[in-house]
Design a protein around this ligand. Structure first.
Ligand SMILES: [Zn+2]
Length: 302
């Protein structure tokens, strides 16, 4: 499993022009995770993206990839730096007749020529799941995601009934359930981890990170946006994880992210497992205090 930090910055961090006139972007905190397995797009790799913010098409390009190169998308919670790329992903893949070989075959008519996607949808024919990217997320998050994206997606010219599954092979995830990803000779069990991110009165925004555990004993934790060690049972996940990709706020405390001042107070054994990211400016830490301060484009193999 290869993890690439597509971006490491907080939602509204903006890049800057350098003295040489070149623009240095600050992409949102989304990850590319690649498995050594057959994908929907390529036979040699399954590409999974953990969160897809408004700038995802640009941050992917930093790795030479386009939206159409991704096999599966995961959404942790419905903030724009995690779901803002949704409309671009959905529209640019559904109308791409060459998205993968299954789609090309599906579009071939009796004369061996290709019909358009729109013609097929107009005839109420559903795109086969193998010809659509997968969309993963906790069921409660996918409901919110559709609410946020539906105004731009629920109408397709000439098509009567449109839902998330018109565009995606949808995988609503349940709590306390494992989902399997093959990766060469490794098997990864992936489950959702409830995090406390935003409390609005008595309502909690649905927000779920991911935990990846391998057949060889790896335990990699992505709480995503989260209050520090909340809910309290999160402590157990932090203790058992080998590596934690840790939300780390560096500006004034917003009350919805883990702040560097709070993270620095914790058990040093946990700090040594944390890669800090989702900052507006790089956090100031001591040498060896953390596993690292994650940089844009950094990759790790497990
Ligand atoms: Zn958020």
């Amino acid at each position: 499993m290869k993890v690439t930090a597509l971006g490491v910055y907080s939602a509204f961090a903006t890049g800057e022009y350098q003295e040489n006139g070149l623009y240095k972007p600050k992409w949102q905190s989304n990850f590319l995770i690649e498995f050594n397995a057959k994908g929907k797009v390529r036979d040699s790799v399954y590409r999974f993206v953990l969160d897809f913010g408004t700038d995802i098409r640009h941050s992917l390009m930093g790795c030479g990839l386009k939206l159409a190169d991704i096999d599966g998308w995961y959404c942790s919670h419905p903030h724009a730096d995690h779901i803002g790329g949704m409309e671009g992903i959905a529209l640019s893949t559904i109308f791409n007749p060459f998205w993968n070989s299954v789609k090309v075959e599906w579009l071939k008519n009796e004369d061996g020529e290709m019909d358009t996607v729109n013609d097929r949808l107009f005839d109420s024919r559903h795109i086969p799941n193998e010809a659509k990217p997968s969309l993963w997320g906790h069921k409660s998050v996918l409901d919110e995601l559709w609410m946020a994206a539906a105004p731009g997606l629920r109408t397709i010219q000439g098509v009567q009934s449109v839902s998330l599954s018109t565009y995606f092979d949808v995988h609503p995830m349940k709590s306390n359930e494992n989902y399997i990803f093959q990766d060469g000779d490794k098997t990864w069990e992936v489950d959702t981890v409830l995090s406390t991110h935003v409390l609005a009165g008595t309502a909690l925004m649905p927000s779920y990170g991911l935990r990846f555990r391998s057949s060889q004993g790896h335990n990699i934790l992505f709480p995503t946006d989260t209050l520090w060690m909340m809910p309290p049972n999160m402590v157990g996940f932090y203790k058992r994880a080998q590596v934690i990709y840790q939300d780390c706020e560096t500006g004034p405390k917003s009350g919805v992210h883990s702040h560097i001042d709070d993270i620095r107070m914790v058990d040093p054994a946990i700090k040594k497992k944390c890669y800090l990211y989702h900052y507006s400016t790089e956090p100031k830490v001591e040498e060896g205090e953390f596993l690292g301060v994650l940089k844009q484009g950094e990759t790790h193999e497990y």
